[in-house]
Design a binder for this molecule. Structure first.
Ligand SMILES: Cc1cc2nc3c(=O)[nH]c(=O)nc-3n(C[C@H](O)[C@H](O)[C@H](O)COP(=O)(O)O)c2cc1C
Length: 195
């Protein structure tokens, strides 16, 4: 059993190309069950998983996100991926969720110190469960960077994401199109054991 779990962990990759085919409800329910059975600080469970499977809604959201990045100002000290986000948005084919058929947004109450930690463990449960049934996923961070963007928040509010929630992360989900990438090499000296 331990081996199966480790194999699942090691074979999971971030997938950035998806087939144009929706996942079935049974698979979606498995992912969401895995998410809500994640641990949470003091058993808070204050998270919310907003699932968007409607193509038109996803495309509308993509337009708003793209505009937000195009209008955003980045400076030298910004996180490299954030700087790259603006550059990528200049491409007219920009799609922040890699055209996946399903996007799961993990949000949590704003004033809760474990908001991101709780959502992160839940997202990892989603990633691993998806991998176990041969579905691809990728952490999608763009919405978390746009927590304070009024247009993004208004749009998400209208589909049920509360204004007093912080978007902590998201996952694209879908059938993998093409080859699964190789695992990046592990960096050295990231473990320290004291006996
Ligand atoms: C907090 C976090 C944010 C990430 N944000 C993004 C993102 O916005 N877009 C993306 O394509 N990948 C994103 N990733 C995926 C990483 O790029 C990926 O995990 C890393 O390159 C290692 O590859 P692997 O997941 O295939 O092992 C994110 C991962 C984490 C943990």
């Amino acid at each position: 059993m331990e081996k199966l779990i480790l194999e699942n962990i090691k074979s999971r990759r971030s997938i950035r190309k998806y087939m144009d085919k929706q996942i079935n409800d049974e698979s979606l329910n498995m992912l969401l069950e895995a998410a809500i059975y994640a641990p949470s600080g003091s058993n808070n469970q204050s998270w919310l998983f907003t699932v968007i499977q409607n193509k038109a809604v996803l495309q509308q959201l993509n337009i708003i996100v793209r505009e937000a990045f195009l209008e955003s100002e980045v400076n030298e000290n910004d996180y490299p991926a954030r700087k790259a986000a603006k550059k990528k948005a200049e491409n007219e084919n920009y799609n922040f969720y890699y055209n996946a058929p399903t996007l799961i947004i993990a949000s949590n109450v704003n004033n809760y110190p474990n908001a991101v930690a709780d959502c992160s463990v839940a997202l990892q449960n989603i990633f691993l469960t998806a991998n176990s049934i041969d579905l691809g996923t990728c952490w999608i961070n763009q919405l978390s960077w746009l927590n304070d963007n009024i247009k993004v928040r208004e749009f998400l509010f209208h589909i049920g994401l509360p204004i007093d929630h912080k978007i902590c992360g998201a996952s694209s989900v879908g059938f993998i199109d093409g080859q699964v990438p190789k695992a990046p090499l592990r960096k050295e000296n990231t473990i320290n054991i004291i006996k």
